[in-house]
Design a protein. Structure first.
Length: 326
């Protein structure tokens, strides 16, 4: 495997959801700009953290990459193939190499299926096993995620939230993927369980050579697991750099505001720290502001921010920012 080999390359990804009006004859009266021109790449074996407020388009980005939502425009190159152009059987075969861990472990598992059936169903669909061998595969995968292999005949309602998420991880691993999109995999879990699940993901990455897109809004957890971090606001990426660079030298005003809200476990530092309080609410994605999307809440916004959209540019090697003032 070549060093720094790019596994996933997202180019100007756009996903708009149409707003329809009318009962019998429907016509489009607007669109929700969920994702509006997102570009980044992920190198084999790394974890890219994607952070931002609720509703900024993080989950939609993850789903559009996997083609669960078909993008409005843009390209998603995975191992050199543009997924946006793939259809039918070709897309289905390529999908084997990409999997997703969903946010809600209560909603993402079928209550009518046993754990063994849930985990091995993807393998049967992709002809990776036979019905006769499913028991062995299910037990192996349960053991891999730290659950008792004897649980294969149990149903999802018999497990806690943390155990269900481990079952979801086992299902994602069943097809031996290279890329896993983790869509806020710990946000629905107790704080005591969150660290266990994150440690499991890190162990699996080291053991199986996995690549992660880790979507979250918990900045301290993203710092723990990510190699690089992309910060998203209202459908666009405003800053992208390495983890250490972001947490020590954040350049975008929005990133600085997010980091100022993360508590520090030192009373002396916490007492003297300056918090950046953002005014106003996040604008509607149906009608985003002109120019810079963050200008309506930005403490350093100028006239140019209203007129011109800031270019997403590399200001220092590996540090990308979309801001006129940087």
């Amino acid at each position: 495997m070549a060093a720094n080999e790019v596994l996933l390359n997202v180019v100007d990804l756009v996903k708009h959801f149409p707003i329809m009006k009318g009962v019998l004859i429907q016509k489009q009266v607007g669109a929700v700009h969920a994702v509006d021109g997102v570009s980044f790449d992920i190198v084999k074996g790394e974890t890219l953290g994607l952070v931002g407020e609720s509703g900024c388009g993080k989950s939609t980005t993850g789903r559009a990459i996997l083609q669960l939502h078909r993008p409005t425009s843009g390209s998603v190159f995975y191992e050199g193939k543009d997924l946006v152009k793939l259809k039918g059987e070709t897309l289905r075969k390529t999908r084997r190499r990409m999997q997703m861990i969903f946010q809600d472990p209560y909603a993402s598992l079928n209550p009518r299926m046993t754990v063994g059936q849930i985990i091995t169903e993807p393998m049967l669909i992709h002809d990776m096993t036979t019905q006769k061998d499913t028991q062995g595969h299910a037990e192996r995968l349960l053991k891999l995620v730290g659950l008792n292999p004897a649980y294969t005949s149990r149903y999802p309602h018999e497990f806690s939230g943390g155990q269900r998420q481990r079952i979801g991880i086992a299902r994602a691993l069943a097809l031996e993927p290279a890329l896993i999109v983790c869509d806020e995999p710990i946000s629905a879990l107790d704080v005591s369980i969150q660290a266990q699940v994150v440690n499991l993901l890190e162990d699996l990455q080291a053991k199986l050579g996995l690549t992660y897109l880790f979507i979250a809004h918990d900045l301290s957890m993203v710092r723990h697991i990510s190699d690089r971090v992309a910060v998203m606001y209202l459908g666009i990426i405003v800053e992208l750099t390495t983890r250490d660079e972001l947490y020590s030298h954040a350049l975008h005003p929005y990133t600085q505001a997010l980091l100022s809200a993360v508590p520090i476990p030192d009373p002396a530092i916490e007492a003297n720290r300056k918090r950046i309080i953002l005014t106003g609410d996040v604008p509607s994605p149906v009608n985003p502001p002109s120019g810079c999307r963050f200008r309506t809440r930005c403490p350093i916004a100028a006239e140019i921010c209203k007129q011109k959209k800031p270019e997403f540019r590399e200001v220092t090697p590996g540090h990308w920012v979309a801001c006129h003032m940087v």
